[in-house]
Design a protein around this ligand. Structure first.
Ligand code: ADP
Ligand code: MG
Length: 701
């Protein structure tokens, strides 16, 4: 590539060690290359000079020509600032400076004609400009005659203090472009450039910083997004191949007795086609000789447990131990119960290990696991403690993967000399674009079909004013024999306040639903495990009509008779959480309902979320909407990975381009895995450079 790009930024004129330091700290700019790829986030047209009376509030930038008619220092030592009147023939407007006062006093002259440029703000009912760009007007450099389109670079307070506001950055950028001149090299082969009708790299970089025409900006952006996404996909695919090559896995070659017996004699229902397909995918991984690393996505209620169980039986038939790790005790319990029930006819022991397992029981489990006698262990993160020593763990299943940290998962991974096969199950659908990047080194299986006979949950949004109607509806449903969840959100960071919110709600509910006619359970995170268990069991057994709780019931809890889910302050929940909660109902044969209660005032985003919930029950659609509303930054695990620190592409807006580049990358590596072909050498060189810079973000699970 071009070694000039590795030059430290201090080689630019006017960038001394101090400026270099803030540039690196505030904007990650250390060498020429970093600066070159620091793109404007918007563009303004400076070809036009406005008149003062035209200044308005539509949040755009204005360029004005005029004179300073007065200049006043205001305020005392700490609040000192300068205000000036700037006037043209049509009127005058205030300019305010809080910094650089000395410079202003020494340089701004009343007779000189100036060009100012900035975004007006409103103060005391009139417009003013705070720290506008200001320069002496000169006929030759009349902005209307030169480059009219100007990129706006993002800057920070600190950068501005060092003269590196938008203007300052543009200035060093111009210097850099002059310096680089023709030496900007191409990083894509010709055949790709012509096939996709792309601009050259050099032209794209020139136009992204100093566009000659508006139409060229979009072309430049497309080209640079293409680069970014294409090389990201290349890296991901190659990384996956490297990991695969390295991780030999146990070969589960036989279909044995347990699986056959279970399949022929104990299957409680016919598998859905999606379940069959996924089990096939898992089986082919398990016998492939390389370690399985698979993400199983399936909406709540899609039947992931059955898939897990059948995978477990394959492992046991091949002489190995297995485990399922769940994020909460309630869930671990539930897995334990359903797996035990499914295995009733099979003479296979299942053990449950959680934080509340008694010492004696725990010791028995430890020794069973160490001797290899115990072959199915279900539990919470208690499973990864050092005292748990598997004899030969062959398959580790992790439920609701986003609840576990990467380190925790890795710990499980290291329990053997050879890593076990890993199946990660999640009910939170991951948008395709994310699956392709953040989870790009996992194989993905999707259960996209619910077991037959499920009725879609009716979802309704009510404002607080309709509460009486909702209470009446709950009573009706209870009369029909159904059970009801009422969920309260996290209101604040303070557990105390959240608990108070829940307990206030609980008191209201008890008032509206008095015993003995109605019985109410309550469940929250602060309760002791056995209290939780007790309350939960009463609800599971149908002894109480209503379960009031915080989001502890969010994941996985399965009670078919509960058919109404009331979510209080629904506007406070995120989309995926709402979807998870709704998944608690609609598990039995009855029509189920999800009622979203909200206060009267909704933010735009809050309103949008509730609309999405009412309009669809498709987890993938909801996940896409969630990504659009929140952006990827908030999604679990994405921030640390750094994979989504795009310079120009957007995971939400550029999904089409991402699919395109993915396909291209796959096709290229399929044909030329080592990138030895003459026309691919340029790709190889570029990748080598990239790989040398990024740490290997190898194994995610
Ligand atoms: P999840 O994917 O949310 O973990 P579960 O495995 O808990 O879903 O399954 C939800 C419910 O559907 C369970 O009661 C399970 O017994 C039932 N179920 C799973 N697969 C089928 C199927 N193929 N046909 C009928 N019911 C099924
Ligand atoms: Mg489940």
């Amino acid at each position: 590539m071009n070694p000039v790009l590795d030059t430290p930024i201090t080689y630019l004129k006017g960038v001394g060690p101090k400026k270099a330091e803030v540039l690196e700290k505030e904007a990650g700019i250390r060498i020429f290359e970093d600066l070159l790829y620091y793109f404007p986030f918007r563009y303004v047209d400076k070809s036009r000079i406005f008149r003062v009376k035209e200044v308005n509030n539509d949040s755009t930038y204005f360029q004005l020509k005029g004179k300073i008619t007065s200049l006043n220092a205001v305020g005392d030592k700490r609040t000192r600032h300068i205000t000036a009147k700037f006037a043209d023939q049509t009127g005058s407007i205030d300019i305010v400076w809080f910094r650089g006062l000395k410079w202003v006093k020494e340089n701004i002259k009343p007779t000189t004609e100036y060009i100012i440029f900035g975004k007006p703000s409103v103060f005391n009912n009139s417009f003013n400009f705070v720290h506008p760009e200001i320069e002496v007007f000169s006929e030759e450099e009349n902005p209307a005659s030169g480059h009219s389109l100007e990129g706006i670079y993002s800057s920070t307070e600190k950068l501005k203090n060092f003269g590196l506001g938008n203007r300052g950055i543009a200035k060093i950028m111009r210097q850099l472009m002059l310096l680089l001149g023709d030496s900007i090299s191409e990083n894509l082969p010709d055949y790709i450039i012509s096939r996709f009708g792309l601009m050259s790299e050099k032209s794209a970089l020139q136009n992204i910083h100093f566009p000659k025409k508006t139409s060229l900006i979009a072309k430049a952006q497309t080209r640079l997004k293409f680069d970014e996404l294409f090389y990201l996909q290349m890296q991901i695919i190659l990384n996956k191949k490297i990991t695969e090559r390295k991780s030999a896995g146990f070969v589960f070659g036989t279909v044995g007795e347990y699986l056959n017996d279970f399949y022929s004699n104990h299957l409680p229902f016919e598998l859905t086609n999606a379940q069959k397909r996924v089990i096939k995918e898992i089986r082919s991984d398990l016998k492939s000789g390389r370690q399985m690393n698979r993400l199983l996505q399936g909406d709540v209620g899609s039947g992931k447990t059955m898939v897990a169980l059948m995978s477990i039986l394959i492992a046991i038939d091949n002489g190995f131990q297995t485990c399922i790790m769940a994020p909460t005790e309630i869930l671990a319990n539930q897995h334990y119960n359903s797996i035990t029930k499914l295995l009733r006819g099979l003479r296979l022991d299942v053990a449950l290990l959680t934080g509340s397992t008694k010492k004696k029981e725990r010791e028995i489990i430890h020794s069973g696991i160490e001797s290899g006698e115990l072959r199915i262990l279900i539990g919470t993160h208690a499973l990864v403690e050092d005292t748990v020593k598997f004899k030969n763990l062959g398959l580790a299943i992790i439920d609701e993967q986003h609840r576990f940290g990467v380190a925790q998962r890795a710990k499980l991974w290291k329990k053997n000399l050879k890593p076990p096969h890993v199946l990660v199950m999640t009910a939170t659908p991951i948008p395709r674009t994310l699956a392709m990047t953040v989870y790009g080194n996992l194989d993905v299986s999707i259960i996209d079909e619910l077991p037959p006979g499920r009725k879609a949950v009716k979802t309704i949004h009510f404002f607080e004013s309709k509460r009486l109607r909702v209470l009446g509806f709950i009573k009706e449903q209870i009369k029909l024999g159904r059970q009801v969840y009422i969920v309260y959100p996290l209101i604040s960071e303070s557990e105390k306040l959240d608990l108070k919110n829940l307990m206030d709600g609980f008191a209201n509910i008890q008032h509206d639903f008095p015993p003995p006619e109605y019985l109410v359970s309550v469940l929250h995170g602060k309760m002791k495990a056995d209290e939780k268990d007790y309350e939960m069991r009463r609800f599971v057994e149908g002894k109480t009509n209503i379960l009031v709780s915080t989001t502890v019931i969010e994941v996985g809890v399965d009670i078919p008779n509960a058919s109404v889910m009331i979510i209080e302050n629904a506007e406070r929940f995120g989309l995926s959480q709402l979807h998870q909660l709704r998944g608690r109902v609609g598990r039995g044969a009855d029509q189920s309902y999800c009622i979203l209660m909200s206060g009267p005032k909704l933010s735009n985003e809050g309103r949008k979320r509730l609309e999405v919930m009412v309009s669809t029950s498709d987890g993938f659609v909801i996940a896409e909407e969630d990504l659009k509303l929140r952006g990827p930054g908030d999604l679990q695990g994405t921030r640390q990975s750094g994979l989504l620190d795009f310079k120009i592409a957007s995971i939400t807006k550029d999904s089409e381009l991402m699919f395109k580049t993915r396909k291209l990358a796959e096709a290229i590596l399929e044909k030329d895995p080592r990138l030895n072909d003459g026309h691919n050498i340029i790709i190889r060189r570029h990748l080598q450079k990239k790989f040398s810079k990024t740490a290997n973000w190898g194994k995610i699970s």
